[in-house]
Design a protein around this ligand. Structure first.
Ligand code: R1P
Ligand code: URA
Length: 314
């Protein structure tokens, strides 16, 4: 493949990288006259997607709509783009399912909580990137998580996204049958992130496996849900097994995120801050201000990565 020039910021940085399109793995899409991205309130006939999104190089996703709006405002300032960061508009304002902000070559999108919610968003995002003819896109999930043997505030870069049995796989039921997909993430992006984390002060960061569950309470071995069918000792035993299998945090989207990106040829990384150490408890007791500061940590790391890639930091 011929190398292309990444120079989407209009700056002087010239970085040769391999051209890498976003693949959709669905022949039906090529015979459709129109594709309506229903949950984004966008479509191929109603919107000029290449013009609106063709220059996107970095997509950052996270559960909360407010967090992803704050991230859009933050990255706007970090990239020193013209205009007022308070004026950035929600591209998906026609729907309240997800929010989406475009800031130069960066797209910031919320995905809600859990595998079904992020999976719907990813189907439409990947089709959007395909219709817009985007190239060389890196996708990041910026999230929160429960730490496994890590103090609150630690940032975890996911090595492998694993399921409840600590295996790096995602099971999707299709026409009543289970399809298994690999959840490998991009090693190069993860090691670059880890390297940069050491250049940023006060950003405790580790690389480790991330366990993805389908529930915040029983599914993550919490004793404080409305239902609980196990003892404190059984909870600790499960967490110890997870730790021994390399799990350092628990959240609710990483396996499907990794699986869908891999199938579609998109480089992806998961960066989540731990809000608590699950060996010490289940309730999230830190103050609002502390939690806001923790949630900014993955954003600071990814912003640094983006600025490095764009040549804005030496
Ligand atoms: O911080 P976000 O991105 O919302 O992700 C984590 O937080 C939610 C649970 O509180 C789950 O969606 C989990 O994956
Ligand atoms: O413990 C936690 C904290 C945030 N998100 C999760 O999924 N689990």
């Amino acid at each position: 493949m011929a190398p292309i020039l990444l120079n989407c910021m209009g700056n002087e940085h010239k970085d040769y990288i391999d051209e890498s399109p976003v693949h959709v793995k669905n022949p039906n899409l090529f015979t459709m006259e129109e594709d309506i991205l229903y949950h984004f309130s966008l479509g191929t006939k109603t919107h000029n997607l290449p013009e609106m999104f063709g220059d996107i190089k970095f997509v950052c996703v996270g559960g909360s709509a407010n967090r992803m709006k704050s991230f859009a405002q933050f990255i706007h300032k970090e990239l020193a783009l013209p205009g007022n960061s308070d004026d950035i508009l929600d591209i998906c304002e026609g729907t309240d399912r997800y929010c989406m902000y475009k800031v130069g070559p960066v797209l910031s999108i919320s995905h809600g909580m859990g595998v079904p919610s992020i999976s719907i968003m990813l189907h439409e995002l990947i089709k959007l990137l395909h219709h817009a003819q985007c190239r060389d896109v890196v996708l990041f999930r910026l999230g929160t998580s429960g730490g496994v043997g890590l103090p609150a505030g630690t940032v975890v870069i996911t090595d492998k996204a694993v399921d409840y049995s600590f295996q790096a796989k995602f099971e999707q039921v299709v026409l009543g049958k289970v399809i298994i997909r690999s959840t490998e993430l991009d090693e190069g992006v993860s090691s670059e992130l880890l390297k940069y984390s050491k250049e940023i002060p006060n950003l405790p960061t580790v690389i480790g496996n991330t366990m993805c569950t389908h529930d915040f309470y029983e599914g993550q071995g919490r004793l404080d849900g409305a239902l609980c069918s196990f003892s404190h000792e059984e909870k600790l035993e499960y967490l110890r097994k997870a730790y021994d299998a390399g799990v350092r945090n628990i959240e609710m989207e990483s396996t499907v995120f990794a699986a869908m990106c891999k199938v579609c040829g998109i480089k992806a990384a998961v960066i989540c801050v731990a809000l608590l150490n699950r060996f010490e408890g289940d309730q999230i007791t830190s103050s609002h201000d502390v939690l806001v500061e923790y949630q900014q940590r993955p954003q600071i790391l990814v912003s640094y990565f983006i600025k490095k890639r764009l040549g804005l930091i030496a």
